[in-house]
Ligand binder design. Structure first.
Ligand SMILES: [Cu+2]
Length: 154
């Protein structure tokens, strides 16, 4: 009897702890799939969203080179951030996977560094302020080679 009570309790606890159904994006949500390759390019460099819209970004590293020489991430910065300064600081933040903690307050959303064949994603709510928001890959040399783009909030 004790055991039955315990199992019932455990089942309840497991159900309560179960994650919510996959990031239930509302009907007005938008999903953008971006690929990144060994050619130092994002497949998508212009994204348009409505303010307050739920946005899901999926980044796929379709390259084959090892992560430590050709990793890719996706960092979206807040309005007014200096994207070049962020990229420059990130160069020396290898220990933080090129996402400098000292500038974390400038980041709106991010997908951490991915190796070949890996996929990452992030869901966020688009800012209420219309305008242009920069995104970039901060693996050394990639932003400088053009791995960057713009999310426009309308
Ligand atoms: Cu990259």
């Amino acid at each position: 009897m004790e055991n039955r009570h315990l199992s019932a309790f455990l089942l309840f606890a497991l159900a309560a702890a179960a994650p919510l159904p996959a990031a239930a994006a509302p009907d007005n949500g938008k999903t953008i799939v971006i690929t990144a390759s060994d050619m130092l390019k994002f497949s998508v460099t212009q994204i348009e969203v409505q303010r307050g819209q739920t946005v899901r970004i999926q980044l796929k590293n379709i390259g084959t080179m090892p992560k430590d020489v050709m990793g890719h991430n996706w960092i979206l910065l807040k309005a007014g951030s200096d994207v070049t300064a962020y990229a420059t600081t990130a160069l020396s933040a290898k220990g933080e996977a090129y996402q400098p903690k000292s500038l974390a307050d400038q980041v709106l959303a991010s997908i951490p560094l991915l190796g070949p064949g890996q996929t990452g994603e992030v869901t966020f709510v688009a800012p209420d302020t219309p305008g242009s928001y920069s995104f970039l890959c901060t693996f050394p040399g990639h932003f400088q080679a053009g791995m960057r783009g713009e999310l426009r909030v309308k």
